[in-house]
Design a protein around this ligand. Sequence first.
Ligand SMILES: [Ca+2]
Ligand SMILES: [Ca+2]
Length: 156
Amino acid sequence: MNNIFGLLLLFMTLTGCWATNCQDNFLAFHGSCYLFGDIQLSFYEAEHYCNQHDAHLVHVDDSLEGDFLKEHLRHLKPFDLWWMGLTDEIAEGHFVWTDDNTPAQYTDWHASQPNGGVEDCVVFAAYFGFQWGDLDCTAKENFICEIQSGEAEVVG
Ligand SMILES: [Ca+2]
Ligand SMILES: [Ca+2]
């Protein structure tokens, strides 16, 4: 089932089924553009890096978007950690997105997470099958930027 989903995503990406016009190095999916940052930055450095590209750290809206990202990470870099734009640094246990300051509706935590303490920022973790885990915000990790639908130029 996962393989079929992956192939379908690959097909739709290659054929430009979602005709979003993205900048160079950004990948289009369902009206958003994604940059997979293959350098290691802290959470806030990564958010700043995304901001400089008119983006934010990725805001995962639903399982469709989450599954697309997980599938892509499995093929791209099966061993790493990737920041998303979710943090509870302001109020412990209250996770909000960096792009619009809204609390997380959809989540995909690994069963052992979040385990809190000084870990206030959220990653896709390869060792959790790319389910989510909280991590020390100062850790240097890869990251995913997103330009959301509406901000991106949609063709057709
Ligand atoms: Ca999104
Ligand atoms: Ca954790």
